[in-house]
Write a protein that binds this ligand. Structure first.
Ligand SMILES: Cc1cc2nc3c(=O)[nH]c(=O)nc-3n(C[C@H](O)[C@H](O)[C@H](O)COP(=O)(O)OP(=O)(O)OC[C@H]3O[C@@H](n4cnc5c(N)ncnc54)[C@H](O)[C@@H]3O)c2cc1C
Length: 43
């Protein structure tokens, strides 16, 4: 079965988790949920 990861919050933390999860398992499907209209303000 295809594995999916749902990350709540598309800030720096969420993006870091998404990147690391993909590094660990490139076959993962990752969905990021963000309540605001824009993603991270971190550089
Ligand atoms: C004015 C200001 C300027 C800054 N300038 C810089 C800068 O120039 N460079 C830099 O590196 N850092 C900067 N920072 C710091 C940077 O914003 C934080 O260090 C970084 O955003 C923290 O990331 P985080 O993922 O932990 O949290 P957050 O960025 O707060 O991310 C959490 C996300 O989760 C979302 N969320 C929360 N609850 C839910 C929910 N229930 N459903 C869906 N989404 C949800 C929030 O909307 C948010 O987008 C600045 C901060 C501020 C306040």
């Amino acid at each position: 079965m295809r594995k999916q990861v749902v990350i709540v919050g598309a800030g720096a933390g969420g993006a870091s988790v998404a990147a690391e999860a993909k590094r660990q398992d490139p076959s993962l499907t990752i969905v990021m949920v963000e309540e605001r209209s824009q993603v991270s303000v971190a550089a």
